[in-house]
Write a protein that binds this ligand. Structure first.
Ligand SMILES: NC(=O)c1ccc[n+]([C@@H]2O[C@H](COP(=O)([O-])OP(=O)(O)OC[C@H]3O[C@@H](n4cnc5c(N)ncnc54)[C@H](O)[C@@H]3O)[C@@H](O)[C@H]2O)c1
Length: 277
């Protein structure tokens, strides 16, 4: 029996940053459930596409790729116009997943004390994570609103946008290298803005049937991470592990489908208990 409650079959979905670690899982899940998916991303190459989504497994009928910098309105509008040529309707779902963060491997210039944190880097990180999400909501939400059919916008937040990072987790860096690593302010400040952008748009478009919610992930395990970082992060996590990269898919399908039809302006936290203490 087809599961109508959680169905995304035939829905037209845009996923920004859909070749990244979490984004590619969102794309796979939506595609495998019969959605039509458009990946909007920077750093798009034929090789990267084929490696992540081989054309033998993923029909280009239902999965398309557009070169988009979410900070540039012209690239967003051009991609939406190109999409119209193959899918002549407004999108049903927008997943604002593209983002940038400072990894523990970052150089000291961008991971030093707050007092010296470069303004240019603060602006860049806010630009991608917050302004880029704003621009995508504006362009796609406008099309959803005109269409009259509603839609679901899912903004990807972060535990570091809900709470401040726990700096102790990164203290090992100074022990290893003699240079302190301070998890920077920029990502936290930018991600925190996502929560009220979400609430604002939920109320603004509420009567038009456009639902807007945040999905909050926690730290995802990556084989390139420093083992001490993984151990420190895990020690702080009530569930005693980092997440796998596909553990947000269930929440995504819930938010994209009718299953969440009365949910808007809200925040779905999938964090292994990080924010529970
Ligand atoms: N990985 C984690 O531990 C974690 C934890 C909490 C929240 N998140 C959030 O989840 C989302 C995905 O994270 P991820 O770890 O998969 O990241 P990732 O770096 O693997 O992927 C992000 C993708 O966004 C794209 N991108 C960056 N800037 C862009 C721009 N200006 N325009 C278009 N595309 C752009 C990149 O090309 C990349 O493919 C992000 O919003 C991130 O902040 C991640």
């Amino acid at each position: 029996m087809e599961d109508k409650l959680f169905s995304v079959k035939g829905k037209l979905c845009i996923v920004t940053g859909g070749l990244g670690q979490i984004g590619k899982n969102f794309v796979q899940e939506l595609y495998s459930r019969g959605a039509r998916v458009a990946v909007f991303t920077k750093h798009l190459t034929g090789e990267r596409i084929e490696k992540t989504f081989p054309s033998a497994e993923y029909s280009r009928e239902n999965l398309r790729f557009y070169s988009v910098d979410i900070n540039r309105k012209d690239t967003i509008e051009a991609a939406l116009d190109q999409m119209l040529e193959v899918w002549p309707e407004a999108p049903d779902v927008l997943v604002n997943n593209a983002g940038i963060d400072t990894q523990p491997s970052a150089p000291p210039e961008v991971s030093g004390p707050f007092e010296q944190f470069p303004e240019s880097v603060f602006r860049e990180v806010v630009d991608v994570n917050l302004v880029g999400t704003f621009l995508m909501c504006q362009a796609v939400g406008a099309r959803m609103a005109v269409s009259g059919k509603g839609g679901s916008i899912i903004n990807i937040g972060s535990i570091y946008g809900m709470l401040s990072p726990v700096q102790d987790i990164y203290a090992y860096k100074e022990e290893q290298t003699g240079v302190p690593f301070i998890k920077p302010v920029a990502y936290s400040a930018a991600k925190s803005g996502i929560y009220n952008l979400t609430r604002y748009l939920a109320t603004y478009w509420g009567k038009k049937g456009i639902r807007v919610n945040t999905l909050t992930p926690a730290g995802v395990w990556r084989d390139t991470q420093d083992e001490t970082f993984q151990a420190n992060f895990t020690a702080r996590m009530p569930m005693g592990r980092m997440s796998q990269e596909n553990e947000y898919n269930g929440a995504l399908i819930f938010l994209a489908s009718q299953a969440s039809s009365f949910m808007t302006g809200s925040n779905l936290v999938i964090d292994g208990g990080w924010t529970a203490w």
